[in-house]
Design a protein around this ligand. Structure first.
Ligand SMILES: Nc1ncnc2c1ncn2[C@@H]1O[C@H](COP(=O)(O)OP(=O)(O)OP(=O)(O)O)[C@@H](O)[C@H]1O
Ligand SMILES: [Mg+2]
Length: 203
């Protein structure tokens, strides 16, 4: 039988459904404004200013859109990467993302740069990883789409005493914030979450 604390908390599946519906319903002009405000709130962060190798994502499913930030980062001469799904181990690698990169859809219909695996980087070779999420709380906990891809790829960070790279920053609409998430042993918390309104930093 579930204990009271479990019974009173919304399940991650419920939270995923409601937050995905809400972000998908945002109007185009709201999405564009959030993209600009997200950029403004990110560029002032030390972890961003100091980073040279930065992975981010192309927005889908109503995710907050980092495209304004992509422009800024390219202007600043930073090296950008997009996640690619390794076929064999369901882990993420990170492929160089130039303004002229050719993109192809992976098995989840998410665009990935077309390039040889020899130019992929692993997470630990990056300075900063900007991750999408479905819901977060102010303690740096996140849930994603439920595939476990980020958690698997970042599992080595569970012992952050030894290895701290990359800095992990979640990007989200403010409406994706929840009071408290139920976390599992494999979940990797974030150093910070940035929304169109503010930053939630845990360190
Ligand atoms: N380090 C790991 N090793 C093996 N399996 C893992 C690991 N991390 C997560 N998983 C598996 O992935 C599944 C989905 O995890 P979870 O529900 O936390 O996804 P998520 O955090 O929403 O996804 P993502 O990390 O892609 O954003 C879990 O059922 C778990 O078994
Ligand atoms: Mg998880």
């Amino acid at each position: 039988m579930p204990d009271d604390s479990t019974a009173n908390k919304k399940s991650n599946a419920d939270i995923r459904q409601s937050r995905r519906n809400e972000r998908q319903s945002l109007a185009g002009h709201v999405q564009r404004r959030h993209s600009q405000l997200l950029c403004r709130n990110t560029v002032t962060q030390k972890a961003y200013r100091n980073a040279r190798h930065i992975a981010l994502y192309i927005a889908s499913d109503g995710e907050i859109d980092p495209s304004a930030l992509i422009e800024h980062a390219r202007f600043m001469g930073k090296k950008l990467y997009l996640p690619v799904l390794a076929p064999l181990n369901d882990s993420l690698y990170f492929a160089p993302f130039e303004s002229n990169s050719q993109l192809i859809l992976n098995r989840y219909n998410i665009p990935e740069p077309r390039c040889h695996p020899s130019s992929w980087k692993t997470a630990r070779q990056l300075d900063l990883l900007l991750v999408p999420l479905v819901a977060f709380d102010a303690h740096g906990n996140r849930i994603g789409m439920g595939g476990g891809f980020y958690d698997r790829s970042l599992a080595y960070l569970r012992n952050r005493m030894l290895w701290k790279k990359p800095t992990l920053i979640g990007l989200a609409h403010e409406l994706q914030k929840v009071e408290q998430l139920n976390m599992q042993s494999w979940d990797i918390p974030l150093d910070c979450i940035i929304t169109e309104e503010r930053c939630y930093c845990t360190g």
